[in-house]
Ligand binder design. Structure first.
Ligand code: AP5
Ligand code: MG
Length: 200
């Protein structure tokens, strides 16, 4: 079993790398951002609540996010080797709730991978994506707020994982392929047994 928290600022490549890692190790990929955008597209009650927060670059309330994860976390044991959480947890309250949810199931987060990228590169990537993404939050004004929220509210989550010995920083500034290679080496250096989970 391998349960990973993928951490990093907006545009650091959490989604891109989580897709690759999930495919390599057969992990269930949970992106709270993707889940919320799907709810908005469905015009569900959750989507209507979330839209205002997302379009301003603010965090959606913890309760709503934790409920969304709680509803989806069971039932994947048979076919998957674990989870990769992308864009979650984003507050210390979410991190504690995730630990409790997993503990109730005799599971735990094995590692947090923190993708480190300079701010000007993050902005460049997000503005470039904004040309075609249709995301209401990929514009300069909202990107600035997303970065502020990350630095003030989300960064302390890193300390929470550092204090519990599960933190690893990764340079995320290179190409997608180079970053992925670095991540694979890191995962398999934490425990060589994880290599055995990889699809051949
Ligand atoms: P979310 O969807 O999680 O967005 P984010 O964290 O702002 O980050 P992104 O998804 O924009 O970036 P990413 O790190 O995934 O990078 P990506 O791989 O896409 O959250 C959106 C909103 O939802 C939040 O603001 C909040 O309102 C709400 N929300 C979500 N989760 C929440 C939670 N837990 N609690 C409360 N609220 C929550 O890459 C970015 C771009 O760069 C792409 O175009 C990609 O192709 C490109 N790229 C990636 N890697 C490279 C590379 N190495 N070189 C060049 N380009 C690259
Ligand atoms: Mg993402």
């Amino acid at each position: 079993m391998l349960n990973i928290v993928m951490f990093g600022a907006p545009g650091s490549g959490k989604g891109t790398q989580s897709d690759l890692i999930a495919a390599r190790y057969s992990l269930m990929h949970f992106s709270t951002g993707d889940m919320l955008r799907a709810e908005i597209a469905l015009k569900s009650a959750i989507g209507q609540q979330a839209q205002e927060f997302i379009s301003k670059g603010n965090l959606v309330p913890d309760e709503l996010i934790i409920d969304m994860i709680r509803q989806r976390i069971d039932g994947h044991e048979a076919e998957m080797n674990g989870f990769i959480f992308d864009g979650f947890p984003r507050t210390v309250a979410q991190a504690k709730a995730l630990d409790a949810l997993l503990q109730e199931r005799n599971k735990k987060v094995h590692m947090m991978l923190d993708l480190q990228v300079e701010e000007d590169k993050l902005i460049e990537r997000l503005l470039l994506r904004g040309i075609t993404s249709g995301r209401s939050d990929d514009n300069m004004e909202v990107i600035k707020n997303r970065l502020d929220v990350y630095n003030s509210v989300t960064l302390p989550v890193m300390d929470y994982y550092k204090q519990t010995g599960r933190y690893t920083g990764i340079n995320g500034s290179s190409t997608i392929e180079e970053n992925f290679e670095r991540i694979v080496n890191m995962i398999e250096s934490v425990d060589a047994a994880y290599a055995g989970l990889a699809k051949q």
